[in-house]
Design a protein around this ligand. Structure first.
Ligand code: AHM
Ligand code: MG
Length: 332
């Protein structure tokens, strides 16, 4: 119901982006170009990930490159690839990355966009062949072009996002994104090197019977948090926790469920980062009919005070997030 013009399954991502742009007669195509740049970097990172198991044995068949580049950690490689693609693309003035303490000024002072990105989330899962992901969020700068992006450009609230998405490198690789007109998912066909529309107009189930939380930390859950988990068990829910945010989120988005990263004694503010983990997924889940909060406040309305700020995350099916919030509200 989001779109004037529904495109058929099998449409390539490039064509899809182009056609969507035509829906907005005054669009200049810069955001479209930016999304294509991200998709290109994702293909490159996908190739590196698929080869990662071979790196240790590459020397054995004499294929190790002289610079030893293939020995860099994949999250570092992913960071380099995405930054390079955004810099070369020219549409982005400033990047916030989980891998970099400071903002990255691309030198494209005419670029109208700010990108916040976690280039490879869940990277501790690579060694054991578990799905990992890239998460990104796009803002329009508030400062005039012609200069570097400012802190005010970088610290915008999530409601200002113009687009957000993720790439899941799983049993197949997918890119899922929104520009605020619904959510669409594209599956990568490696032999053709293209993403194809496979999940048009994703709507997440209103409710579900899956809860995803690291129960290893249950000793430090608040009473409301413990109460909600006990309720999930009483209701016969399944526990599903991959420990890879994009993979846990993607499953719950398609099947229904709730993902929670609550405050714990180790991470009193939760572990996940507002700018490049929580906000982009919050935008997607809301566009798919779901909900996201920190247990009290809508994620996208939280004011960031730091680009690497953390916040608790309650995200997924609307009814389940609301139920969890009720448990927290009843806490003494
Ligand atoms: P990372 O950004 O260092 O990769 O950490 C984020 C990951 C998420 O993918 C995942 O949901 C979470 O950490 C799991 O944390 P924990 O092992 O504490 O449950
Ligand atoms: Mg991360």
């Amino acid at each position: 119901q989001h779109d004037k013009l529904a495109l058929p399954v099998g449409t390539t991502l490039d064509r899809f982006i182009m056609r969507k742009q035509e829906d907005f007669p005054y669009a200049t195509g810069e955001l479209s170009q930016l999304l294509r740049d991200i998709a290109l970097a994702a293909k490159i990172v996908n190739r590196e990930i698929n080869r990662s198991g071979l790196i240790d044995i590459a020397g054995a068949y004499g294929n190790r490159n002289v610079q030893g580049e293939d020995q860099q950690k994949l999250d570092v490689i992913a960071n380099i690839r995405f930054i390079r693609a955004l810099r070369n693309g020219g549409e982005v003035c400033t990047i916030i990355s989980e891998e970099d303490e400071e903002v990255i000024q691309t030198g494209n002072v005419q670029g109208k966009y700010i990108v916040a990105i976690d280039p490879l989330d869940g990277s501790s899962n690579i060694d054991v062949n578990v799905s990992i992901g890239t998460i990104f969020s796009i803002y329009r700068r508030v400062s005039p072009t012609g200069t570097e992006g400012t802190m005010a450009d970088c610290l915008q609230t999530g409601t200002n996002q113009v687009a957000a998405g993720y790439v899941i490198y799983g049993s197949s690789t997918m890119m899922v994104y929104t520009t605020g007109n619904g959510v669409n998912g594209f599956t990568y066909e490696p032999s053709l090197g293209e993403f194809f529309l496979s999940h048009p107009e994703i709507i997440t189930p209103k409710s579900g019977a899956v809860y995803s939380i690291n129960e290893g930390s249950s000793e430090s859950f608040s009473s409301g948090m413990s109460g909600f988990v006990a309720q999930c068990k009483q209701d016969g829910f399944s526990a599903r926790y991959i420990g890879s945010l994009v993979a846990d989120f993607h499953r719950n988005l398609l099947k229904g469920g709730i993902y929670i990263y609550p405050p714990t004694s180790k991470s009193p503010n939760g572990k996940l980062r507002l700018m490049y983990e929580c906000n982009p997924l919050a935008f997607i889940v809301e566009q798919a009919g779901g909900k996201s909060s920190n247990g009290y406040t809508r994620t996208m309305e939280i004011r960031p005070d730091d680009m690497h700020a953390r916040c608790p995350l309650f995200i997924g099916s609307k009814e389940l997030v609301e139920k969890a919030e009720q448990f927290l509200a009843q806490e003494q």
